[in-house]
Design a protein. Sequence first.
Length: 167
Amino acid sequence: MLKNYMKEGQKLPLFGVGPYIVYGMAAVNLIGVILFGYIFKIGILAAPWILIFRMIGALLIAAGIAVWFIGAMRSDMDDSITENRLQTKGIYSWVRNPMYSGCWIALSGGLLMWHSVWLLMFPVIDWLIMTVALINTEEKWLLDLYGDEYAEYKKHVNRCIPWKRKW
């Protein structure tokens, strides 16, 4: 387990695998942009698609930053981690991993700025990277730490896509 604890007795790392997931997704996206936008130059759309892709991209970037900000800065998550308490309120009642989700949404918006059809596969690749990494790391840690409470939480709240569900 990663050793970035803030206080003794804290059971989860403060940052977890987050930086690795986000940097991995960003690296995959950068490779895609270089390959499809600059080397092969295939799938690049013309007007009016350029404007449509860029407007949607800007909205996704803004939405991703907002989701990340709320999850990171407005959710009391640091205190939940240091107090070994499962966070299920606020944005965490919409999505289990808002910081990762926010980065994923913003990165997806950034890809749209290159208005290439081929780059549309990269948000799916990023989602797979994020999902596999979370299932094999943080979800195991949280299930070990919180048991049935986390198992029940998983049934009602999406892993990566913010969506309000009824409990």
